[in-house]
Structure formats: C-alpha cells, structure tokens
Design a protein around this ligand. Structure first.
Ligand SMILES: [Zn+2]
Ligand SMILES: [Zn+2]
Length: 893
C-alpha cells in the first residue's frame, strides 16, 4: 500500500495556527474582491454596520456566520460577489460613551466646547474604531475590506447632505414645533423607535374638574401624570359617549389653576380608560397634541428640557417632575379636588441609550414627511419586488408602515452629521446646501449652521447605495444596485430595513435589495443572553476555546429565519468534535491515497471503474447531498443546509464509508483498491466544498493538503483555493446501491446492538449465518465488510435455510435474516432457566388477568378506563408469553 508522508497533516487540528495563516493568504490573494462582469448578475450584500463603539458580541457573530456562508456560496457559484463591510458612527451611543469618559475627569462636553469635544470623539474612534474589524476578521468574514465604509466618511457624509437637500427641496423635510420624545439626560430629541417602553409602577389619580356654569358639579378625570394638569388647555370626551353628551361645549376650571378651559368632543378619546373624560395637555402628550391641533387649543409647557418644572408651573417651578407630582397631589387633596389615588402599572417610555424617562415635549425639530415615502415602500413589498424571509414578517412590516408617523431626524447632539441648513444673520433667509456656503446668496450676510445633527439611522438608511458611491454615478452603483440581499436581525426591521426601502426607492427609483433575510436572537439554555442572567457567551472566547469553524457551525446548524437560535456548550463541543472527526478521517485518506492519485478534477462525481457497491453507494449519497444542500441554500434554509452536510460527513462518510474502505483496502484486488482510494479522495474533496461556507478554515486546510500535488502540477486546471473553487454540481444517483448498502448497514447495526445487549466484548468475533435470499451474491461480495464491522466470523451466507439453526438467536434487519449461535453469546443453560422463570411468571399474570376479566363484578362496576387497562395488560402478557416461548424453542437442544 502506498503511503504519503504522515507529516502532511498534524495529528490534531490546531485552529489558531491555521486560521490566521489562511485568512492572511485569502486577503493577500484578493479573493474577497468581486470582478465586475457585465454578463453576470452579481450577488451583493452590505453588512449591517456595527457601532464604532462596539466589540464583537454573539449577535455580530451570528450575522457574520450567516452572511459569510451565503457570500461564500454565491462566490463559489461563480457570481461576482460583493460584501461591503461598514461601521456606524452611532451618534448618541458614541457621544454617551465619550461623555462618560469625560465625566471621570469631572468634565462635560460643554467644558470642552463643540470643536474640542468632536476632536476627542474622533480620537476615540481612531483608537477603538477598528477593534471590531479585527474581530470580524477572526470570524473569517470574506467581505471586501477595500470597500470598508464608515458613515462619517466623506462619501457617505455627502450622500447624507444630498439626500437631505433632495427631500427638503421636494417638501419632504420640514422644520416644526411639534411634540417629540425628549431625553432630559441626553438633552436631545429621539425618534419614536428610540424610546423603549416598560411597565412601571405608577399611580392613577382621580381629579375633580369643577364645571363653570353649574355650581357644585364637576367632571372626574383619571390621570397618571397629575403634575401636567398645570398645563391642561381642555377636557375631551368621545362624541359617542352617552355619559357626557350634556357637557360637550361646557367649560371647566382646571383644578389648582385659575384657568377655564372648554370640554371638546374628539373620537380619539378612549371611553374605556379611567372615567372616559380626558384631560388635554397638548404640551406634554402626543395624543393630546394632535387633539389640540384639531381643536385649535393652545399648548402650555410646564416641564422644561432639563426635566424640571418651568416658570409656567407657578409655585412648582424648578422642582423635578416626581416631586412636583407629590406636592401638587397634596394641594389637590387639601382643596377637596382629589377623589382618590390608585396604584397603577403602566407603560412608560425610557431613553434607549440611558434609560431615563422620556418627556414628550414641544420643541423645534426637523421632520421627514413620511407618508409619500412609505407608500411606494409598502407597494414594493406588496407587489413582491422585495421579499421578506420569513414571510410572516411582511405583515409586521405592513402594520408598522401603514401607521407610520413623521420621522423626527434632528438630534441635539454634537457627534453626527450636522444638518446642512444655514441661517443668514442679516436677513431671514434659510439655505440648504450639500457643500458649505460661504455667504448668504441673497444679501451676502454671514451664515450660521443649524447646530443639530441628524438621527444616525438617517445615514444608515442610505447604506445600500451611499457605500456604492451615490450620489455619483459610479460603476459600482450601476452594477451592484439593487443589492441582492439584506440580512439582519428582526429587531431592526423598522429602524433600518424599512428606512432603507423608503430612502432607496426615493434616491434610486428602485428597491435597495430583492430579499430581506431576518435572523433571530441567540438564546442560551432557552434564555435571552444578559449580564444579569450571567449567561453571556463571548464569541472571542468561544473561538479561542473551540476554534472559529466549530463556533460558526454551532451558530448556523439548525438556525431558521426569524427564529431565535439556541447556543450552548454541548452544541459547541459537538461541533468541535465534528471538526476533529473530519480532520482524523481526512488524515486517514491522506495516509492511504498517494499524492499522485489525488483528485485533479472538480467535475461532477461518478463512480470509478471497478467500484464496489459501497463505493457506488457513497458516491450516490454524496451527489444527493450536493443537490439537497444547494436546494436548501437557495431557499435560505441555511441551518438545514449546514446540518445536512454535517450529518453526511459525520455519519455516512466518516462513520461508515471510511470504515468500509479500511476493509476494502485490505481485502480487495488492485483494481478494487484503486477504485476505493479514488472514491475516498473525491467524495472528501467534493464534500469539503459543500462544507466550506459553514466552516471555511478547516475545509481550506484539508483541501489544500489533499490537493497539494495536483495543485502544484504545471498544467493544473484547479483553482488555487477552495473559496474560489466551483460549487459542486450533482453527479448521477444509484438507487440500487443506496438501497442495498442501507440494508447492509441496518444488518450490521442490528448485530452490533445484539452483541451490546448480550455484553459480548467488542473485539471478540462471533459466528453467524445470514440468509441472503435473492441478494446472496451481492451480500457475499460485501461479506468482509459485514464480518469486519459487525465482528461476525465465521460468516456463512446462504440462499435459504430449511429450518432455523438450533440454539441460535435470530436477527431480522434490512430485509435479511441472521442467526448467531446462542452458546457464543451467553451461558445457554442459565439463560434457559431465566426464560423459564419468566415464562412461569407471565403465565401466572395471564391467569389472574383472565380471571379478573371473567368476573362481571369487575367488568361492570370498575371505571371503563380501568377495565380497558386490564384488557390491554392481558394482551401484552400474552404477546410476551409468545416471545418467551419462541426464545426458549430457539434454545432447545
Ligand atoms: Zn438619554
Ligand atoms: Zn441674507
């Protein structure tokens, strides 16, 4: 037997040494860069840009594992494949981090001033901003790093200003004093999506509003925020509410305040809440603000931007909200205007970044008029120009988009894209421009730029085209837009995906991507990961411990779109074991298939001349797996695809075929041995390509080693790397070989089980007779395999038996009948005695069961279920008697 140098492959797989070396090689060879080929449709995907403040967490690892698998698959299919990496400046998040750092030195951003503060942030970004890129590289992501984009880069920043101006010129951006979510800590407006709602313990105060014209009468109103009574400008009731018909149009006195306000009728009032009469505070509640607009009500502000009561609150000015609430309730109680106070759990909005309670306040902000943008974005999904996977999220998307409100895009922050609006100090002119103007075009007067910056999601909403050069007409933009796929977590469907669709259609006149794949969250032992639960898995530690391939497999195997993925240490260990098993099987192949015989072609796999039935079987199964994995990937069933190739490699190839091949290489003639060597190597090679998208490093390492000799040939037609090798296409199937070998495997399994049950030492051979029937000749051809793998020797294969052999245990499996001599498995006399005892016991049980069921006192009086149970028991015991008797007969002399 020819062997190659065993040193070709280390005894055990050491991921660390392999991963960094291979990644550097791929990068240097330029494999991550697409070649624009106008004849081919590209595969394009942009990476959800992680925050520049970030470190890799398990969510990033999942995103990367899924996207890299898809990207590698498409690249191997020969599509020009572009994966654009990026990073997000994460306005509010980054500013909060840098402010926290300043606070440790007792400083605020105001101590530094805008310019110096921004220098500090940039410094911070330069120091820490590339950490996550390096961490992504450890995961093996094959994105085009030359196209790495940062939302604050000149290109994407110009795209932001261009989009702002374009929307402004079309009347789709406006500035208005409206009610907005305000974070008193961050000192900025927030969009609706940046507010997180949670149930807080609060109170519900029932307060009396005296009716002006009717002495002694009042309306009782329930409120969770009594301090805002100070800013009430009306009371509203539902026009359909029979309880309040008589008071519509009347006036009430705001309790504790010397102000008379009207009772208005508005269908936005919920009749079920509180008493059905609602206090209207347009200055501090978004619903009230809208009711106020409809009825021309004034808005009064009693809570300031700092979260304290304003001068408008009179005696309460300067107090924090909580304190003002308590004191004002005391005042109402003293005046006899407080009916009662109940504890009340209700939804309260908190700032997503700093968790402070958000105040709805009227401030001057910039808004996107969203309706005209939402309509085409709804139509794009409705008409199937964009497909959301899984489909059930389309409903979620429609529901949100159909009820969408204007988008507040200005933030009172310093870090971010400054709003491209300038105000003339000399005349009332407002200038919106892409490039900074020097003077007022009307009067030449000096200009001042709007101090605010844009919502971070405004820039990420442009990501599918701003990263490709928009607003310039670049070759990249022409070729790679629309992107093929947007892959991201379902938690940012609205934040990001919906806005990309709206802005993409607006800017480009076409959808930004064809498919949206939404993945779920990672759960550990069924729980969401969190620091408090103490179950946070750090992907960097996992890669150190298990290797990148095992970590990626653990993240992808079994994942399904839209559903949360379970990750735990058992799964990680199983994936590491799989990688090691693959490594060991590959070592066997390398040691037994000489270099000169290694595959020099990647053509579809067919069985070689002289192939045995098991050789034909594994080739057929390998081809089946190619077709199946390809279908699953095309269907975005990544988790199933990964599982299918893993199970084939682990089970059919490593556990069965390699073990069969070991025997075939010992007993076959020269031609049969050559066929087995060929099959071993080619099935391994083809399956490595199938596994590559999910486990890029170990597959490349094994592939390079396996094909080292053919790759080194001067006339080789092989690609230099598995990652640019063609995706396999399935060769022919062989149904007969598949069916036969599966039956043989079943027979071997059954024999192994029987030996195990009887506690036969694993190494000991046991004689056996197998009835082959019509398949006797075929079975004889694989007799050495059955004999070797089931440890059956001597193994007699016969056409038929006139009668079962004496004192033999029968075995029926895979359509075969086999007999193993009892004396070889156990002490026959002892076993007979045991069976006889058992038989006697069963006879006794049967007799008593029969007697019981023959007694009408039992069958008529006992509950039906009990009688039924007794009947079933009797039946089972009779069956057991048959079995025992047969076993005893088999052991007769
Ligand atoms: Zn905040
Ligand atoms: Zn001017």
């Amino acid at each position: 037997m020819a062997t190659t140098d065993a040193a070709e492959l280390a005894k055990a797989y050491d991921p660390r040494a392999v991963e960094s070396r291979l990644y550097a090689r791929w990068l240097a060879a330029g494999y991550f860069k697409p070649r624009i080929d106008p004849r081919r449709r590209p595969f394009t995907i942009v990476m959800p840009p992680p925050n520049v403040t970030g470190r890799l967490h398990i969510g990033h690892a999942l995103t990367a594992a899924i996207e890299d698998a898809l990207v590698r698959w498409h690249r191997m299919r020969g599509e020009p494949t572009l994966w654009v990496p990026g990073k997000d400046h994460a306005g509010i998040a980054t500013q909060v981090v840098v402010e926290r750092e300043l606070a440790q030195q007792g400083l605020t951003r105001h101590d530094l001033g805008r310019e110096r503060f921004l220098e500090k942030v940039w410094e911070w970004v330069r120091t820490y901003g590339s950490i996550i890129d390096e961490q992504h590289k450890r995961l093996g992501v094959s994105c085009d790093w030359d196209r790495l984009a940062f939302t604050m880069d000149p290109g994407p920043a110009r795209a932001v200003r261009t989009m702002f101006k374009r929307l402004y010129d079309k009347g789709l951006i406006y500035r208005g004093a409206r009610i907005t979510n305000w974070c008193p800590r961050c000192q900025t407006a927030l969009s609706d999506l940046e507010v997180e709602y949670q149930d807080d313990e609060g109170l519900l105060a029932y307060v009396r509003y005296p009716l002006v014209e009717r002495e002694g009468e009042f309306l009782t109103i329930a409120t969770t925020r009594p301090e805002t009574i100070l800013a009430d400008t009306a009371v509203a009731v539902n026009p359909a509410d029979p309880r309040y018909q008589a008071v519509i149009g009347a006036r009430v006195r705001v309790p504790g305040v010397d102000r008379e306000v009207p009772v208005v009728a508005d269908s936005a009032v919920e009749m079920e809440f509180g008493t059905g009469a609602l206090k209207i505070t347009p200055g501090h509640d978004p619903v009230d603000f809208e009711i106020g607009q409809r009825h021309g009500l004034p808005a009064i502000t009693v809570i300031g931007l700092d979260g304290r009561m304003t001068a408008e609150a009179g005696a309460y000015a300067g107090l924090p909200v909580e304190e003002a609430r308590a004191r004002f309730l005391d005042e109402l109680r003293a005046r006899g205007l407080l009916e009662r106070v109940e504890p009340y759990r209700h939804r309260v909005g908190h700032c997503q970044r700093c968790k402070t309670v958000v105040e709805p306040l009227i401030t001057e902000q910039w808004y996107v008029r969203i309706q005209p943008l939402a309509e085409p974005a709804i139509a794009a999904v409705r008409e199937g120009r964009i497909r959301i996977i899984p489909e059930r999220f389309e409903k979620v998307y429609f529901n949100w988009m159909e009820n969408i409100r204007d988008w507040c895009i200005s933030r009172q922050l310093w870090w971010g894209h400054r709003i491209p609006v300038w105000y003339c100090r000399a005349c009332p002119r407002e200038i919106v421009a892409v490039e900074t103007p020097t003077a007022c075009p009307a009067c030449g007067g000096p200009l001042e730029q709007d101090p605010d910056v844009l919502d971070t999601w405004f820039s990420s909403g442009l990501w599918p085209f701003s990263t490709l050069g928009w607003p310039d007409d670049t070759p990249d933009l022409r070729y790679f837009y629309p992107n093929t796929l947007m892959e991201t977590g379902y938690d940012i469907l609205f934040f990001w995906v919906a806005r990309m669709i709206m802005l993409g259609i607006e800017a480009m006149g076409d959808v930004p991507f064809r498919d949206v794949y939404l993945h779920g969250l990672i759960r550990v032992e069924g729980k969401k990961m969190s620091k408090t639960a103490g179950n946070v898995l750090d992907p960097l530690e996992l890669m150190d411990e298990y290797g990148t391939d095992a970590t990626r497999l653990a993240l992808t195997v079994g994942t399904t779109p839209g559903n949360d993925t379970e990750l735990n240490l058992q799964k990680l260990e199983a994936c590491r074991n799989f990688v090691n098993k693959l490594w060991n099987s590959a070592r066997y192949v390398l040691l037994n298939v000489p270099a000169a015989e290694r595959p020099a072609t990647l053509a579809p796999l067919t069985p070689p001349a002289g192939a045995s039935v098991p050789d034909r079987w594994i080739v057929s199964r390998a081809n089946h797996v190619v077709a199946e994995v390809t279908r699953l990937l095309g269907d975005y069933q990544l988790g199933e695809a990964a599982r299918t190739v893993q199970e084939f490699l682990w089970g059919e190839y490593c556990d069965w075929y390699v073990e069969m091949a070991k025997i075939q290489l010992r007993v076959g003639d020269a031609a049969a041995q050559a066929a087995t060597r060929y099959t071993l190597a080619r099935v391994l090679e083809q399956t490595l390509r199938l596994l590559h998208p999910f486990a890029p490093f170990v597959t490349e390492e094994l592939w390079q080693t396996l094909l080292a000799e053919p790759l080194a040939r001067a006339d080789t037609t092989l690609p230099p790397s598995i990652m640019i090798a063609p995706w396999p296409t399935p060769g022919p199937r062989d149904a007969a070989a598949e069916a036969f070998v599966e039956d043989v495997i079943e027979l071997i399994r059954a024999a192994r089980n029987l030996r195990q049950e009887r506690k036969v030492e694993p190494a000991r051979y046991v004689p056996a007779t197998v009835v082959g029937g019509a398949r006797t000749a075929e079975l004889r051809a694989v007799a050495p395999l059955v004999s070797g793998l089931a440890r059956l020797q001597p193994l007699e294969i016969v056409d038929a038996l006139a009668a079962p052999p004496r004192q033999a245990l029968p075995l029926v499996a895979g359509g075969f009948e086999a007999y193993l001599p009892a004396a070889e498995l156990f002490d026959v006399a002892q076993e007979r005695a045991r069976l006889e005892r058992e038989l006697a016991e069963v006879e006794r049980l049967i007799a008593s069961g029969e007697a019981r069921l023959a007694n009408p006192g039992f069958t008529q009086k006992a509950p039906a279920a009990v009688v039924e149970g007794a009947r079933r028991q009797l039946l089972e015991n009779r069956e057991r008697r048959e079995r025992l008797a047969a076993q005893l007969r088999a052991l007769e002399e």
